[in-house]
Design a protein around this ligand. Structure first.
Ligand code: HEM
Length: 435
């Protein structure tokens, strides 16, 4: 018998067909609190148990969000260029502070989010969704994850924060590049430049918008603090909203009865979104908690102070929903963990649901006969440290006409963009995106 590996891998080089089977295997080997390898020689823990997540997320005495507590980081084992830093770098952000400092930053973020009315979010989502659908509707096929779900929240947030088209495309390209690891340092620098430009502009020319509210908030955020909060708000929307749309589409397109119900009444979408939040939540392994003291976890195992603990809300919800299927069918239980638990709980649930539901409504409304182009069992998932998501969601549908006037002579426009004579419009960004 081969010796049991003490750490399960969170990151897999090969695309995988069935992520929940990986959780099942890890739980069978290690129980619900799993020692994991985050990167080469970097270890932490993955907690997949519902009750434990609820209790630890609320316990702000034992657990901190401040990654300066991260033992490997403090002891110099994490290089600044480590890919783990994208989600775990220390900083004065709403997500990595505790107590009164967190409350002050969260107050400013929550007040700023209040500038976004639901009709404004819905309108912006509809506009961006229509432009994206226009870009592929004539072809009769699309990758609904990369051509739609992943692009949409970037442009909706950019619109809601008052970015110019040039800033929006620059920000989207840099975010996409950073995620794919293409020139990460340059991409991070571009994101910093664009967000700083916008913050400076709203400081000097305030309006009734999210960024103006943030920089002029009575909490008196410094420039650096305003930058970190705006970056967190912009970043917090992307992958989770994309994953929500992707999860809902897989659920609808994989179930002919549900697809028929949605076709008959698009108002069913709210229920579908609720189901996805329970059974296939958008965020796989986040947030990260750092214990201030050693935590015994049974079987003689101890999580040492400063070892990162990743919250696997997706796995915990999924197994809880499966194990309690009967009770859940009988009661309207909404206590899922997709929004997080405790003082850092997502402050933008209304915004996220409005954006996701409208994105689905436009797509399904505009593409009757939409179906997945491969059986769902043939989808392949990318298993990375913080997010487990399908690589693509190929779909097919009868070709449709665009609703917006097509851009004429785009080749000439692209030449002007290349020569720096005009900002890059959305459609040229889409060509980059699909490379
Ligand atoms: C389906 C979409 C979304 C999901 C599932 C989601 C989920 C979450 C989760 C799990 C957290 C971490 C909670 C914790 O640390 O305990 C979080 C935090 C946060 N989310 Fe969301 N989110 C979504 C969309 C959004 C959007 C659209 C925005 C902005 C408009 C946003 C803004 C934030 C912010 C600012 C935080 C940090 C809160 C804090 O640390 O106090 N989220 N979200």
């Amino acid at each position: 018998m081969s010796p049991r590996c003490p750490h399960a891998a969170l990151q897999h080089a090969e695309p995988h067909p069935a992520p929940y089977s990986v959780y099942e295997q890890m739980r069978a080997e290690h129980g619900p609190i799993i020692p994991v390898e985050l990167g080469e020689g970097v270890y932490g823990w993955l907690v997949t148990d519902y009750e434990t997540i609820v209790s630890w997320s609320r316990d702000t005495t034992l657990f901190t969000r401040d990654s300066r507590m991260w033992k490997d980081l403090r002891e110099g084992r994490i290089p600044a260029a480590s890919p783990l830093m994208a989600m775990m770098a220390p900083g004065r952000s709403i997500g990595t502070t505790d107590g009164s400092e967190h409350q002050r930053l969260r107050g400013a973020v929550v007040d700023s989010l209040r500038t976004l009315s639901e009709p404004r979010i819905v309108q912006s989502t509809r506009d961006v969704a229509d432009r994206l659908v226009d870009s592929f509707c004539e072809s009769g096929e699309a990758d609904l994850l990369n051509d739609y779900g992943r692009v949409l929240p970037l442009f909706v947030m950019a619109d809601l924060c008052g970015f110019s088209e040039e800033q929006a495309t620059g920000y989207a390209v840099a975010s996409r590049s950073a995620m794919l690891g293409i020139e990460p340092a340059e991409s991070v620098e571009t994101i910093r430049r664009i967000l700083s430009e916008i913050l400076r502009d709203r400081r000097e020319n305030p309006g009734d918008d999210l960024v103006s509210r943030l920089v002029h908030h009575p909490a008196g955020l410094t420039e650096e603090e305003a930058f970190h909060q705006l970056r967190r708000v912009m970043g917090a929307a992307n992958e989770p909203v994309a994953a929500l749309v992707d999860g809902a589409l897989r659920m609808i397109l994989g179930n002919p009865h549900l697809a028929a119900r949605v076709r008959d009444s698009l108002s069913t979408l709210e229920d579908v979104v609720d189901q996805v939040l329970w059974k296939d939540p958008p965020i796989s392994h986040f947030p990260v908690l750092y214990p201030r003291a050693d935590v015994p976890v049974g079987g003689g195992r101890v999580i040492r102070a400063g070892e990162p603990v990743l919250v696997a809300a997706a796995a915990a919800n999924h197994f809880y929903a499966r194990e309690n299927a009967r009770e859940m069918a009988e009661t309207a239980n909404r206590a899922h963990m997709a929004w997080g638990i405790g003082p850092h709980r997502c402050p933008a649930q209304r915004e996220a649901v409005a954006m996701g539901t409208e994105a689905l409504r436009v797509l399904l409304g505009r593409l009757p006969g939409l179906r997945t182009a491969v059986p769902q069992e043939e989808l392949r998932w990318r298993l990375a440290v913080h997010f487990w998501s399908p690589i693509r969601l190929p779909a097919a549908f009868p070709s449709q006409k665009p609703v917006n006037t097509p851009v004429e002579g785009w080749e000439a426009v692209e030449e002007e963009v290349a020569a720096g004579k005009r900002p890059a419009p959305l459609f040229s960004f889409l060509r980059f995106w699909r490379r």
